[in-house]
Ligand binder design. Structure first.
Ligand SMILES: Cc1cc2nc3c(=O)[nH]c(=O)nc-3n(C[C@H](O)[C@H](O)[C@H](O)COP(=O)(O)OP(=O)(O)OC[C@H]3O[C@@H](n4cnc5c(N)ncnc54)[C@H](O)[C@@H]3O)c2cc1C
Length: 479
């Protein structure tokens, strides 16, 4: 019997798991995919929104602001990238300027500090790449950027170090109510728990229905993006938004914590939550909108296009509430943007719910900090010498674009809840994220994964459960 069963290991499930690991609770984290961070958390803008946009009086407004407060401490303790680079919302005319005033007022009500409306000229002084057509900009000092993958892995590793048990390849397909909790049927196993927390992202309405709650409907909403090469990464230093529309915050141009530029997303309702296609029309829309604010954006330097799926609901607020069928089940539905920015605050909120239902006692032995995998290229000469004495694998460069060593890849595999797929390695330590997009290093990473996991290379997956990369041995096929 677990105290708490969490369904879904995106940023929300792992944040909840880490928060609960501070207490003496036995927690299981169930994930249907071969690895964590394979849902919406793997494809978004990576912005820690300032908190002025989410409507005052909503859960989003409150939790976004609290999330922003928690990020500096959390990123420091868990050693994941976070930069408070500030953001600007651009106005091109009187109507846009009125929207800036409204955003500023909403932000003030939400308790957001460090906002000011800049003249077009002052905005361009801060961000010289901005269009001359800009008349005003809402500047928010506290907005930032993070790495959703590294944040999720950091939360997971720390949660596991503090006792949380992770079960991957474990898809929940039935929930039964018990007098003192729940019974969960999942791939190959049955779990029993005093409580269940539904953090299943775009499938959280499906999990709710399994629990007997029919009231939730998620409308998947796709956002398409471009990533630009690191060589143009210093073109902008703030997150640049257009004024919001009924479809959302609109297309942004932003630096990433890894030195690239991200451009997007679109907003389009789709039927299938797995429909992560990219389209010519979508990417054209991104280009048109982005170059309006940043005319010199070198779109030709694009190294990848991709899309992510929002778990949107009618009313557009987060829904964090107990099941009507069983008070020991909590649903987190509609966790679209600013879900990443709010994740640490959502975890606190859930822990308060759990505390009201089952007694939680602080764990004296809680380990608060976690160290990131060292990126050899960024170490000082002394640190390099030290690490090489202990582990000569750090000498061998596997990814030339991002200068990633074999030592980093091996560590990504052997950390708690470590990488088992090609993309899992890419998201943790970045081989395949550079200009060649894995063309050079992909086969070498496959070899390392197969060797370290003691599996045939043909068994290694790219990402999801049915994504084998190799069909068999060429030599064998020819015989
Ligand atoms: C285009 C786009 C841009 C965004 N930009 C931002 C931004 O800049 N800032 C921001 O704050 N937010 C942003 N968001 C929102 C943010 O990405 C999400 O709020 C956040 O990633 C949601 O995390 P999650 O853990 O709820 O969902 P997910 O990451 O999808 O995790 C849910 C997990 O549940 C698992 N699961 C599902 N069903 C089952 C089952 N039956 N059994 C077991 N496991 C199951 C899935 O495999 C998945 O791993 C954006 C979203 C999109 C799509």
């Amino acid at each position: 019997m677990y105290d708490v069963i969490i369904v879904g290991a995106g940023v929300i499930g792992t944040a909840v798991a880490r928060e609960l690991s501070k207490y003496q609770s036995k927690t299981a984290l169930l994930e249907k995919n071969p690895e964590v961070c394979q849902g919406t958390t793997k494809a978004n803008s990576a912005i820690v929104h300032g908190g002025y946009d989410a409507l005052h009086g909503t859960l989003k407004g409150r939790l976004n602001r609290r999330g922003v407060e928690l990020y500096p401490g959390l990123s420091k303790a868990l050693n994941f990238p976070y930069q408070q680079c500030g953001s600007m919302v651009l106005a091109f005319n009187d109507e846009d300027e009125k929207k800036l005033e409204a955003l500023m007022e909403n932000g003030r009500k939400n308790g957001v500090e460090g906002m000011e409306i800049l003249s077009g000229e002052d905005a361009r002084k801060k961000e010289p790449a901005l269009s001359k057509e800009i008349t005003k900009a809402l500047y928010a000092k506290n907005a930032g950027i993070t790495c959703p993958f590294n944040m999720t892995y950091a939360l997971l590793e720390n949660a596991m170090e503090n006792g949380v048990e992770l079960f991957v390849n474990t898809e929940v397909d039935d929930i039964e109510h018990l007098t003192d909790g729940v019974r969960v049927k999942a791939t190959k196993r049955v779990f029993e728990g005093k409580m269940l927390i539904n953090c299943a992202g775009v499938y959280s309405d499906k999990i709710a229905r399994m629990a007997g709650d029919e009231d939730y409907t998620i409308t998947p909403n796709r956002g398409e993006y471009r990533i630009l090469d690191r060589k143009v990464g210093d073109l902008v230093s703030h997150v640049i938004f257009q004024t919001p529309t009924p479809d959302g915050k609109g297309v942004l141009v932003a630096p990433t914590v890894h030195g690239n530029i991200i451009v997007g997303p679109t907003s389009e309702s789709v039927d299938n939550p797995e429909d992560t296609r990219t389209t010519k029309e979508g990417i054209r829309k991104v280009d048109r909108s982005a170059t309006k604010g940043v005319p010199g954006l070198p779109i030709k330097e694009s190294i990848r296009i991709f899309s992510g799926i929002r778990a949107s609901v009618e009313g557009s607020d987060f829904m964090i509430e107990p099941s009507k069928a069983n008070k020991k089940i909590f649903h987190l539905v509609g966790i679209d943007s600013p879900g990443l920015a709010s994740a640490p605050a959502i975890a606190e909120e859930v822990r308060k719910w759990v505390e009201e239902t089952i007694p939680l006692k602080k764990k004296e032995s809680f380990i608060e900090e976690r160290r990131a995998i060292p990126h050899f290229e960024e170490l000082t000469n002394k640190e390099k010498e030290e690490i090489l004495k202990k582990n000569p694998h750090y000498k061998k460069i596997i990814c030339r674009c991002e200068m990633i060593t074999e030592g980093e890849i091996i560590e990504a595999i052997h950390r708690p809840g470590g990488a088992t797929t090609l993309d899992g390695i890419k998201r943790r330590v970045r081989p395949g994220s550079g200009r060649c997009q894995g063309g050079f290093c992909g086969p070498r990473v496959l070899e390392i994964l197969a060797r370290e996991l003691k599996l045939p290379m043909e068994e290694i997956l790219k990402d999801g459960p049915h994504s084998k990369l190799l069909a068999g041995k060429l030599k064998g096929a020819l015989q």
